[in-house]
Design a binder for this molecule. Structure first.
Ligand code: NAD
Length: 248
C-alpha cells in the first residue's frame, strides 16, 4: 500500500540533499510532487524526470524561499496546476556559521530570511487553501541545533528554534480546521551541508552519537512520509528528533 496516494506535496529546496530524498520518497509513496529549487535548472529538470518515473505528476518551480511575494505566486500556481495542496515540507535552509564575535549583521539577516521567514512565507500563502480544504500536513525542517544550541551557529540555532515556536503556534491555530503542523529536528545527516565538515570533526560527531553513525537523507524522508500521511493524523505541534539518539 502506498501511504501518500492521491496527495499533492510541496517540498522546498529539493534539488539536492534531504529535500531531494524527501521528494523521491514522496513520489515512491504515490504523492504528486511540486518542488522548488534555487539555481540549477538542469538539476530541477532531472529531478522532475526521476519523480515522473514513479508514475506521479511532478513540477519543479524555480523560487527563492526567502521571497514573500514569490511564495504566494508559488502556492497559487501549485493549487491551480495540481488542484490541491495536502502536504507542505519547508525544507530549504542554509548555514552561515561563525562565532558571535565575528558574525556580521548580514550573516544573521540572511539566515533569518532563508531559514525562518521562508517558513512563514509558504505557510501564510497556503493557510487559506488548507483551511478551506479542512485538511493538510505542514512539516517544517528544524534541527537539533535549534533545540540544544551550538557554538558558532547562534544565527542558525535561533532560526531553527524559531521554526519550532512557529510550528507549535500554527498547530494550535489551525488544529480545529483539520490542519496539522509538525517539525522535524534532524541530527547530523550526510549531505553537502555536512560534507563541509572535516573528517576529524565528523569522527568526533560520530563518537557522540549513540547509534555511532551519521544519518542519511532517507532517514529524514521516512519521517516526512509518516508525518505527511494519515498514519500521523492525531499528531500535531510536535518536534520529531531524528538524530540517532544524539540528544535525548
Ligand atoms: P543542502 O545544502 O544539501 O540543501 C539545501 C537545499 O535548500 C538546496 O537544495 C538549496 O538549493 C536549497 N535552498 C537554499 N536556499 C534556498 C532558497 N533561498 N530558496 C530555495 N531553496 C533554497 O542541505 P541539507 O543538508 O539537505 O538540509 C536541508 C534542510 O535540513 C535544511 O533546512 C537544514 O537546515 C536542515 N538540516 C540539515 C542537517 C544536516 O545534517 N544535513 C541537520 C539538521 C537540519
Amino acid at each position: 500500500m502506498k501511504l501518500l496516494e492521491g496527495k499533492t506535496a510541496l517540498v522546498t529546496g529539493a534539488s539536492r540533499g534531504i529535500g531531494r530524498a524527501i521528494a523521491l520518497r514522496y513520489a515512491e509513496q504515490g504523492a504528486n510532487v511540486a518542488f522548488t529549487y534555487l539555481s540549477s535548472v538542469e538539476k530541477g529538470e532531472a529531478l522532475v524526470a526521476e519523480l515522473e518515473a514513479f508514475g506521479v505528476k511532478a513540477v519543479g518551480y524555480r523560487s527563492d524561499a526567502a521571497d514573500f511575494a514569490a511564495a504566494t505566486e508559488l502556492v497559487d500556481g501549485i493549487v491551480k496546476e495540481f488542484g490541491s495542496l495536502d502536504i507542505i515540507v519547508n525544507n530549504a535552509g542554509i548555514t552561515r556559521d561563525g562565532l558571535l564575535m565575528r558574525m556580521s549583521e548580514e550573516d544573521w539577516d540572511q539566515i533569518m530570511r532563508v531559514n525562518l521567514k521562508s517558513v512563514f512565507n509558504v505557510v501564510k500563502a497556503a493557510t487559506r487553501t488548507l483551511m478551506k480544504q479542512r485538511s493538510g500536513s505542514i512539516i517544517n525542517m528544524s534541527s537539533v541545533i535549534g533545540v540544544v544550541g551550538n557554538a558558532g551557529q547562534a544565527n542558525y540555532a535561533a532560526s531553527k528554534a524559531g521554526i519550532i515556536g512557529f510550528t507549535k503556534s500554527v498547530a494550535i491555530e489551525l488544529g480545529s480546521r483539520g490542519v496539522r503542523s509538525n517539525a522535524i529536528a534532524p541530527g547530523f545527516i550526510q549531505t553537502d551541508m555536512t560534507d563541509e565538515l572535516s573528517d576529524k570533526v565528523k569522527a568526533e560527531i560520530e563518537a557522540k552519537i549513540p547509534m555511532k553513525t551519521l544519518g542519511e537523507g532517507n532517514d529524514i524522508a521516512d519521517a516526512c512520509v509518516f508525518l505527511g500521511s494519515d498514519m500521523s493524523k492525531y499528531i500535531t505541534g510536535q518536534v520529531l528528533q531524528v538524530d540517532g539518539g544524539m540528544f535525548t
